[in-house]
Design a binder for this molecule. Structure first.
Ligand code: NAP
Length: 290
């Protein structure tokens, strides 16, 4: 059982909304398992307060924070240093504070990559359809390109420029062609005819909108692997329908655990207790379902 003292090292997460975050459960379970004198706290931070919140990391001597919706991109200019991979991706989900110097990392990329490897998903030369162009999609797009996938990014019209910006950024960094298209029924249908791997990095299907799905069931088939990074609920409607179509399916839980474990290692320099982190996340998800 955790006892907070004057020596306890404080970590946390900044985002808005933050009420449904799984990260405090995962990280506090990990600190407890290893008897580390650390604690992890959620901080609801509105966009207009982001600058003050980042100053607060220094002012309150926090060890570090995770960064979630909607701050992963906006936080970057407020930091002192950015890890080269996070710089290329253009999004930060982890900040570490060493003597008042704040450095930004992207552990979504590592979490996604480890999950692909764990589940033996081949990407070299494979045609991948990536849905979304937000903070998480940026990391996924870079990982998939590094892993030599042939990438098509679809995002809704509202922010098509994000998809174009992401495709241009990847093409520039890796000298490879990436397509960016508007997420319309016609474009989706066409892209799905040649896809080997479908990755959902939109928030469609996330609780409480659990009946929403980014891809109609008739476009799913047994030749596909479908990776939905949404982890609440487990499985999403997209994964239920993909499974029914005979596709190989991967949910967002393992990526969540792996990105959290990578952040944990950055803050503590200790090997993360991945099994305890997974169990804590699963137990919270099951509790929320009741
Ligand atoms: P974000 O930056 O807010 O991006 C959200 C994306 O979803 C954008 O591309 C957005 O399109 C799209 N979108 C939202 N509503 C849509 C709708 N009704 N129709 C079509 N597209 C829609 O969020 P994020 O950080 O990338 O997170 C996205 C999802 O991934 C969330 O559910 C999050 O929980 C999950 N996630 C999971 C992990 C994990 O470890 N498993 C890690 C990170 C995120 P616009 O650009 O047009 O707004």
């Amino acid at each position: 059982m955790m006892v907070i003292s004057g020596q306890t090292v404080v970590c946390g997460i900044i985002g808005d909304p933050i009420e449904h975050t799984m990260s405090p459960a995962m990280h506090n379970a990990a600190f407890n398992a290893l008897e580390l004198d650390f604690v992890y706290i959620p901080f609801k931070v509105k966009s207009v307060e982001l600058r003050k919140a980042v100053e607060g990391i220094r002012g309150l001597n926090l060890r570090g924070v995770n960064v979630t919706i909607p701050h992963k991109v906006a936080v970057m200019p407020l930091l002192d240093r950015i890890d080269p991979l996070a710089e290329r991706i253009g999004a930060v989900n982890t900040i570490v504070n060493v003597g008042g110097i704040l450095t930004g990392y992207n552990t979504d990329a590592a979490g996604f990559l480890q999950t692909l490897h764990d589940r033996n998903v081949a990407t070299d030369g494979k045609k991948v359809v990536l849905l979304g162009a937000g903070g998480a999609a940026r990391a996924l797009g870079h990982v998939l390109t590094l892993e030599k996938a042939k990438l098509t990014i679809l995002n809704r019209k509202q922010e098509l420029s994000w998809a174009e910006d992401l495709a241009a950024r990847i093409s520039r960094n890796y000298k490879t062609e990436v397509k960016a298209l508007e997420l319309t029924p016609e474009n989706l249908k066409k892209a799905m005819t040649y896809a080997d791997l479908l990755v959902n990095a939109t928030s469609l299907g996330m609780s409480p909108e659990i009946e929403a799905t980014p891809v109609p069931a008739e476009l799913l088939s047994a030749n596909l692997t479908v990776f939905d990074i949404v982890y609440n609920p487990l499985p999403t409607r997209l994964l239920r329908e993909a499974k029914a179509a005979g596709a190989k399916t991967i949910d967002g839980l393992e990526m969540l655990v792996r990105q959290g474990a990578a952040s944990f290692a950055i803050w503590t320099a200790v090997k993360p207790p991945v099994d305890e982190m997974r169990a804590a996340a699963l137990s919270l998800l099951q509790k929320n379902e009741k």
